[in-house]
Ligand binder design. Structure first.
Ligand code: FRU
Length: 480
């Protein structure tokens, strides 16, 4: 039994928890040998075995980035949630750490991490394993670590269990500190099924008071807002969240659920958030959900689940499912939140595969990974055909000059959006064994799409013009 004193409270290490973690780790080590490597990503975080969804607890602790994730080791489908854990010195090279949280009476749903007095504190949603839908209750739990590896659940859990309207949907706490207080935003809904985000405050992470409703759907904005995040860029506040149940409208909202943001102003005296923009999607690809950000050295870094609910995961027969996107740095430019790959992504480049004029009908052959930077004349169309050397995984990436839209067509399933370049007219495309990420210009428009090639990547220039191009091979940076 270990006694630790955090936030002025003495709590007990749960012995059961550490036994359960050993069992999970033993299972992972055995099961890993059975994984089929064909679609394993080489520079995206993915579960060692089993299922992954949301990023959790994205934080910086004692010189390392920490990322946790919704994890079910025992099947490549969602199940009672654990928290998987990886760490990195630089946001590209990741190391697998032991599973951080395993479910006991509570499934460990999404949440965040903060550092207080050199202790890492996780705040997450617990949903009782005995609850059966549609009857359930969600409350907020804490866990602590003094080394960033072994976590102890707080004895006084749950620490926060009241919504102003009694709604049982109350999940995904995102905590931050501001002038001596801890603040948290949590996803919830009204009793007539409109998504909303609640704001609470605490002096010590244990005692919480309700402050305000930061945002709420007026009807067309979905029945539940998951994974809220709330932060400042260039003097504006950004409410980033994942609404469920927005109806498709033309090119917009075509995924099962959406992730996007509202720009506005926030006042720490009245706790009021005044929106100054409509809700806008932050990524236009097929597979992107449940974002989380953290700020390090004045940079706001974002990570998202490179996945979506209720879609097929062709890798699930291989013993795993789901991944994270690459890490992106946010900025606020011309009333848009832009997303650029973090600078460290250039460290993945090994060999330059091509540099110069990529001629019409020319082909660039990559291995399983690659980065392609192309620039064309935007008064003409651009079209790249990206596919597996033995077939499969076909994506057409296109600039349609007539409508000034960027189009990502995955085997007939189209996502498209208008693009107004800010400073740069280049595209940066990241290919991994089963994924594609397209960043247009300074990240005004981004698409994240999972795609499954057979063999290596082949890129053909189908444009009616040659393109200014550089192509790199990228190295592995995550565990096998
Ligand atoms: C979002 C979400 C969260 C929840 C978690 C459960 O994808 O539904 O709201 O905490 O996944 O795994």
């Amino acid at each position: 039994v270990v006694f630790l004193s955090v936030v002025g409270t003495v709590y007990l290490k749960s012995v059961k928890q550490s036994d359960a973690i050993e069992e999970v780790e033993r299972y992972i080590a055995e099961k890993k040998a059975e994984i089929n490597p064909r679609y394993r990503l080489q520079y995206h975080v993915a579960p060692p075995v089993g299922w992954m969804n949301d990023p959790n607890g994205f934080s910086y602790f004692r010189g390392e980035y920490h990322l946790f994730y919704q994890f079910y080791p025992y099947d490549s489908q969602w199940g009672p949630m654990h928290w998987g854990h990886v760490s990195s010195p630089n946001l590209v090279d990741w190391k697998q750490l032991p599973t951080a949280l395993v479910p006991e009476e509570e499934m460990c749903f999404s949440g965040s991490a903060v550092v207080k007095d050199d202790t890492m504190i996780l705040m997450y949603t617990g949903r009782l394993t005995t609850d059966v839908e549609p009857f359930f209750n969600e409350t907020q739990y804490l866990a602590f670590s003094d080394d960033g590896v072994v976590f102890h659940k707080y004895e006084g859990n749950p620490v926060l269990s009241f919504t102003p309207n009694g709604s049982p949907d109350f999940r995904d706490p995102k905590v931050w500190k501001h002038e001596g207080y801890w603040y948290v935003v949590i996803g919830s809904k009204t009793l007539d099924e409109r998504g909303r985000v609640l704001l609470y405050r605490s002096p010590d992470m244990v005692n919480w008071e309700f402050l305000s409703i930061i945002g709420e759907s007026t009807g067309g904005m979905g029945y539940m807002w998951e994974c809220p995040d709330f932060f400042e860029i260039k003097g504006k506040h950004i409410l980033l969240m994942s609404p469920q149940g927005i109806e498709p409208q033309g090119d917009r909202y075509k995924n099962t659920h959406q992730t996007g943001y509202i720009i506005g102003s926030f006042n720490y005296e009245t706790y009021e958030f005044v929106p100054e923009s409509d809700f806008q999607e932050i990524d236009f690809g097929h597979d992107f959900y449940a974002t989380q950000t953290t700020e390090v050295d004045g940079k706001r870094i974002l990570i998202a689940w490179f996945g979506m609910w209720d879609v097929p995961y062709p890798e699930d027969v291989d013993g795993w499912a789901g991944a994270m996107t690459i890490f992106r740095e946010l900025d606020l430019v011309a009333n848009r939140v832009t997303m650029k790959p973090v600078e460290a992504m250039t460290d993945l480049r090994t060999e330059t595969l091509f540099e110069g004029e990529f001629s019409e009908d020319g082909i660039i052959e990559f291995g399983k990974t690659g980065e392609l930077i192309v620039k064309g004349d935007l008064s003409k169309n651009i079209e790249l055909e990206i596919k597996g050397s033995n077939g499969g995984g076909q994506v057409i990436v296109r600039w349609d000059t007539a409508v000034r839209k960027v189009v990502v067509d995955r085997e007939g399933d189209v996502r498209q959006v208008e693009w107004l370049p800010l400073k740069s007219e280049s595209w940066r495309i990241f290919l991994d064994s089963s994924s594609l990420e397209l960043f247009c210009g300074e990240g005004e428009v981004v698409f994240s799409t999972r795609v499954y090639p057979d063999g290596d990547w082949y890129v053909t220039n189908r444009s009616p013009q040659a393109l200014d191009t550089v192509a790199y091979k990228l190295r592995r940076s995550v565990p096998e």
